[in-house]
Design a binder for this molecule. Sequence first.
Ligand code: SF4
Ligand code: SF4
Length: 384
Amino acid sequence: MRYRPVGDTGTEVSALGIGTMRFKDRENAARMIERELELGLTYFDIGSAYSYKDFDENAETWVGAAIAGKDRSQMVISAKAQPRHGEPQVDRGLGISTRDQMAQCIDNSLQRVGVQHFDFYQLWDMSAADHFEAACAGNDSPLAAMRQARDQGLVRHLGFTSHGGADDILSWLQQVPDFRFVTIYYNFNDRYPERVLEYCLEHQVGVCIMGPLRGGLLTGSSEVFAQHLPALAGMPVQEIALRFLLGSPAVSTVISGMNEIAHLEENAAVASLEDPMPLDQRAQFIEAFREFSQGQELCTACRYCAGKCPEGLNVSHLMGLLQLHDVFGLSTADPQIKALAGNERQNPAKCVACGACVEACPQDLDIPGRMDRFTVLIEELTSA
Ligand code: SF4
Ligand code: SF4
């Protein structure tokens, strides 16, 4: 296993981290964590709401049971709670908007995992302006409790996780310099956070990547990579995806919701390589994206088009699916694509070429043309 610095925190983490969201049950968690520790994984991403049944039966208590008696100094544990206005569910760490609620969340999680401190504490899924407001505004905020916990030695460093846009994430990092760690969604199909990665590298903020395989869609095999990048010929797409992420010097660790030993061992082997994707190969890979798409830009999933379509189409989602098939030559999204035939709300045939999404698109994509192509693709797949 390789180890990487988390920005300027002085902490190092394994290049492959332990996502705890998809454990099947207590036994599965115990088996996975035992093997993860054997393979040298040190970074744990835990969450109060994961697999929550009650206070004593949830992914945090499963982790606590699995690491009991093990050397705490070999583990880097990151916990989190979700900032939102509305009805709080403090036991699950959901809907947190006050200092007291957050202090209780931190205390609950420490108890459930059975440790004296967390290395990181993150605001979970801070993805929109009102989430940031619920988390950080005023003296009674969850952020105030996180700072107090840091002063008391209960947590070492602060951060947040986000599915939000790059502009928001950058703005929050600038407004709250205490945030020394971010967890963001990034993979070779969804490249909108690359500006965030550049910022984090420059300002020494640690980065954890979630969604490395786009929920299992970046898997299997594709001829396209071998055609344009012979060095990657024969490599499973999931390995290419992981190498692509680990090839970024900004990335501290990558978490994947693994609950099978075989997947864990495959991913750990990639994270143990000295140089999973050299910078020149990574640049060549990015350049090859244009060749894949005959010189056209790709959708980065930036979501600037969100809410623009008068027909209610989720343009970003549809463009992402289309390029998985047409650009990257993957068939993993085909079931989702075929299902659009019977989907009245998200059928690309609804596009009336009004151009509203194109105006918002920084990539200047020919979205109406791609919606036409998408309609043909659905026909091809459903009649095959
Ligand atoms: S061009 Fe098509 S997809 Fe884009 S906003 Fe108009 S109707 Fe929606
Ligand atoms: S279609 Fe354009 S605006 Fe919409 S997510 Fe993709 S790149 Fe961004």
